[in-house]
Design a protein around this ligand. Structure first.
Ligand code: ARG
Ligand code: GLU
Length: 713
């Protein structure tokens, strides 16, 4: 008996110690202060200055925001960049057509001349971080109203940013941390000429597709290759054939020495958003209402898309990226519900709230009653939040409605008789938008989605937020109504709209305001803008204020604990170790997968598992080169790094700062880590850098790229 208790205590101690270490997304600037000791204890061999410094080139200089929502990293002195396949997907798809189907066949530029420009795609470097809490809160007093306070903060932020952007081409942004308890300034440099260098076929880069997405075991070669170009002085410039490869301050050496369970690993990247400190009310809302509603709406969209995509290659290409986007969050929401249930997240939060109340009542008066206020606001918010979810996921999810909504600005310009120059500029914008829209648009898919989603808005959103469709010729039959909208709209008709959309047709353009789909959009938008948004915003505003206070209280109450700030798409460091898990009784997740598993999953009948012949041949011949381990090639691995959306493409580094993989996903069982990290189950999934190099080298034969890299053997 004694022995059992002892073992229990030891395990408890060990798991407490480790659990607090893996969780967290830390601010690079504060690694020295909060983390370096712990990191080094776990095996990290470098210093905090090697990660973030303004005095020397460091790891942060090799990491970029890729596009708008991903991370990428530099791997050569000539601007070569790696990110995920699903991050480069938009670019790969833009260059694809039936003749050059790069999605299906992959793409490899065999020389720099063949690298493909991508207007609008950027790579953003972080140049420095500075804590600016005092400057941001200067002049803010307790006597101020919330509005005055915010006005003051906005003013201060603006002047800090202006100051940081003076006489340079940087972009500065001041961001709030811990719900406005701290502020940091981020100074960025944006490169605008980013070219596509290579991508494996989707059958590798998206292997397992949405079937395997968010799950382990995983066998996805989720990478693509780009190159940043700069002007002659290595400065950012718009695309030009004259531009030359960018010379980074720092690029990552790549280790193919191999990884073992327990090895230190670190992820440097741009996690988008986490909700670690929300109350039990918020968890209930997400788990019981919001996620289930959104899942139901996306079930419908996905069913329709999948049915059309299955038997038609043209449609499949057109809808590939959209489908992946819709299904990704849909599946995450499902996993979150299960994980929050399993962890008893609501009860855990209530327990914390109980402690908080007790603590508040023991002399911390400013926090007394805070949680009750939360509950009141949350219950008032509910119907607005429901309406908001449906507005976005049922109404604005219809492609033609969203497209029509983009013409609102033009119509306003016309109505207010704006300068001809502004009108002309807007028309040019819309012409671009229009080309992109029609390139991948299939009206019958959209129409079917439209008439299936619309009734759900009417059966689930409060009557007060339901526009009166009777004004719009609604005969009680949603399908017929949607057909009517299409028949009386120009937005599904490319040639007609194209002809109309010119500066010479200003008078006729004004008539777009009578277009049936545009009117439909306006009816909903008016209700949204007048009845949903203002009240929802003001209630959210109140919750934010409450969270500012709650967060401050939580930090005071748990003085001995370092609480990491929620992710907010600023650069963060997560660290942990390479590690498998035990997801369910009798099942063990080994920490790595191999090429053997790709072959096991091979099934030419199933789109997601159709292994390319060339990969099979290489596998047969065992032509694995230096990437071979035990007669096969490592493919993906698991680790305990705390990551979230936005961390896709992030470098996964070893103890010496060498690149060992690209982060691209999390496992299903641990997916609720945006709200609660579970050290037992939360794992990030990375593609092993040896699989990436093997594919570039042996599959694509793009050895010139390998030659650019610094490989540590
Ligand atoms: N779940 C990963 C992320 O959130 C990968 C998504 C892309 N892959 C896919 N099969 N849809 O972005
Ligand atoms: N796939 C995600 C992304 O695009 C990363 C996975 C996650 O959410 O952890 O950023």
């Amino acid at each position: 008996m004694k022995k059992i208790v002892l073992i229990f205590l030891v395990t408890l101690f060990v798991s407490l110690k480790f659990s607090s270490a893996d969780e967290g997304m830390w601010i690079p600037l504060l690694i020295e202060k909060y983390n370096i000791e712990d990191m080094q204890k776990k095996g990290f061999k470098l210093s905090a200055e090697d990660i973030y410094s303004i005095n020397q080139d460091c790891l942060k200089d090799a990491v970029v925001i890729f596009g708008r929502g991903c991370t990428g990293e530099l791997v050569s002195g000539q601007g070569l960049l790696l990110t995920n396949h699903h991050c480069g997907y938009g670019a790969i798809q833009q260059h694809s057509s039936i003749e050059h189907d790069y999605l299906t066949d992959g793409f490899w530029a065999m020389s720099k001349d063949e690298e493909l420009p991508n207007p609008g795609l950027t790579a953003t470097f972080l140049r420095r971080i500075e804590e600016v809490t005092d400057k941001t809160l200067a002049g803010v007093t307790d006597e101020m109203s919330e509005e005055e306070r915010n006005e003051k903060i906005r003013e201060n932020m603006k002047s800090i940013q202006d100051e940081a952007e003076k006489d340079n081409h940087y972009n500065a942004s001041v961001r709030s941390f811990y719900y406005g308890n701290q502020y940091f300034l981020f100074v960025y440099e944006v490169y605008k000429d980013v070219r596509l260098v290579g991508a494996p076929p989707s059958a590798i880069g998206k292997f397992g597709g949405d079937t395997d997405n968010w799950m382990w075991p995983r066998h996805t070669g989720d990478f693509s290759v780009f190159r940043i170009y700069a002007d002659k002085n290595n400065q950012p410039a718009e695309y030009s054939p004259e531009n030359i490869p960018y010379k980074p301050k720092k690029y990552l050496p790549i280790s193919i020495k191999g990884i073992n369970e327990g090895d230190f690993t670190m992820v440097l990247g741009y996690p988008g958003g986490t909700y670690q400190y929300v109350t039990s009310d918020e968890i209930k809302w997400i788990k019981n209402i919001s996620n289930p509603n959104k899942i139901e709406l996306r079930d419908i969209r996905l069913d329709v898309m999948n049915r059309y995509m299955q038997n038609n290659d043209t449609i499949r290409i057109k809808y590939a990226s959209k489908n992946a986007g819709v299904s990704n969050s849909w599946k995450r929401w499902k996993g979150e519900i299960i994980g929050l249930e399993r962890l008893n997240a609501v009860e855990k939060k209530m327990e914390l709230e109980y402690q908080f109340r007790k603590w508040a009542e023991s002399g911390h008066n400013e926090y007394v009653g805070l949680l009750e206020n939360f509950s009141n606001v949350y219950s008032e918010l509910e119907k607005y939040d429901i309406a908001y979810d449906y507005y976005r996921e049922a109404i604005m999810a219809v492609e033609i409605v969203r497209f029509a909504s983009r013409f609102e600005h033009l119509l306003t310009l016309l109505k207010t008789e704006a300068d001809r120059e502004d009108i002309e500029k807007e028309i040019t914008n819309l012409q671009h938008l229009m080309d992109g829209f029609y390139k991948d648009y299939v009206p019958k898919i959209d129409q079917e989605i439209f008439y299936q989603l619309l009734p759900l808005y009417y059966s689930n959103v409060s009557v007060e937020f339901q526009p009166d469709l009777a004004q719009m010729n609604f005969s009680g039959n949603y399908k017929r109504f949607v057909e009517y909208l299409y028949q009386n709209s120009i937005f599904d008709d490319q040639p007609e709209l194209k002809e109309l959309l010119t500066i010479d047709k200003i008078d006729e353009l004004t008539n777009l305001k009578n277009d049936a789909v545009f009117q439909f959009y306006q009816h909903f938008n008016q209700v949204y803008e007048a009845k949903i948004k203002p009240k929802r915003d003001s209630l959210n505003y109140i919750t934010h204020t409450l969270y500012r206070s709650y967060m401050k209280g939580l930090m005071e109450m748990q003085k001995d604990k370092i609480l990491f700030p929620d992710a907010n798409f600023t650069m963060r460091v997560s660290y942990g170790d390479v590690k498998g898990s035990y997801p369910r009784d009798g099942i063990k997740y080994q920490y790595f997968t191999t090429l053997d598993g790709v072959m096991e999953k091979d099934n030419p009948e199933i789109y997601d598992y159709d292994v390319p012949d060339r990969l099979k041949e290489i596998y047969q011949k065992k032509d694995f080169g230096r990437y071979e381990v035990d007669g096969t090639v490592p493919v993906c691995f698991l680790a305990t790094n705390h990551t979230t959306g936005g961390n896709s493409g992030s470098p996964v580094l070893d103890a010496e700062g060498n690149l060992i993989g690209l982060n691209f996903d999390r496992v299903w069982e641990g997916i609720m880590s945006d709200m609660i990290f579970d050290p037992e189950q939360s794992r990030n999934i990375s593609v092993d850098i040896r699989y990436v190099l093997f594919l570039i080298d042996k599959y694509a034969g793009a050895t010139h790229l390998i030659d650019e890299m610094a490989i540590v053997e």
